[in-house]
Design a protein around this ligand. Sequence first.
Ligand code: BGN
Length: 290
Amino acid sequence: NLVAERSIDGHNISFELCPETPPGLVGKLNISIKNLKESVTNEASLARVVYGGRYQPDCIARERTAIIIPYRDRAEHLDILTRHLHNILQRQQLQYRIFVIEIALPTQFNRGLLANIGVVVARESSNFSCYIIHDVDSLMMNDENLYRCGSQPRHLVTGNTKYATKDKEYGLPYKLYMSGVIALTDAQYNKANGFSNVYFGWGGEDDDFNVRVAKVGMRFVRPQENVGLYMAIPHENDSSNPINPARRGTLRSAAVRQKIEGISSFYKNKQKINYKRYAIEYRQYYTWVL
Ligand code: BGN
């Protein structure tokens, strides 16, 4: 096993590469919908989180993982999700940092834009090798769902309670659906030119991203059926994120826009988009960007 040294309090300590299969996994998780906060909280794992929502295991992690959460007005969800993630991701022996990217009001929610900004911010702070773009309302139900990247972009969801049907507790809305939680390497994200920045309001940005991924010869792959299960944290329908009525039309030009707007819009002057970073805070469980 590869060994590397890390300096701790001025001493050089050797660490081995983390094992391919993390030793402490338990499989299916017991999460009680009535007692959500208590059932996802592990005080010991929270105590190990470094300010800004960072963690490094006692072994050399195989990846440097940025968890990116596009966010608007769901404080309770965020608290539950970040507690849950710190608990599980430490058990998975990941070296990670959680970024919460919030859109400033009154701008409508734009999930793709926020994901791109998350990648830009993550790149500025360190050299991450893997990005996990994560919905704020979805909790993984099996810790064998490793938050790792692969040789293809990964869709980590095989079923979510928000798409439950009469005879299935966990479902997907359609076959090509690839939203909720995805994992891409830095190179894969770049190759697709990231998300489109132009979808304001609900819907379409994920299907657009799927077009981009396919267009450059990649495809989303999922974990084993029983492993990629998620519970949606219940919430009232929020009127503050109205359906984008233009989404179908916009989606038709996905392949054309892929060349002229995306993550490149943050680096190429000709494609430059106008946005302002109002604040960045190193909070206890995550790094917050407005
Ligand atoms: C689809 C939405 C997705 C959304 C899923 C699941 C569109 C594009 C026009 C057809 N796509 O219909 O964005 O994630 O439903 O709710 O609206």
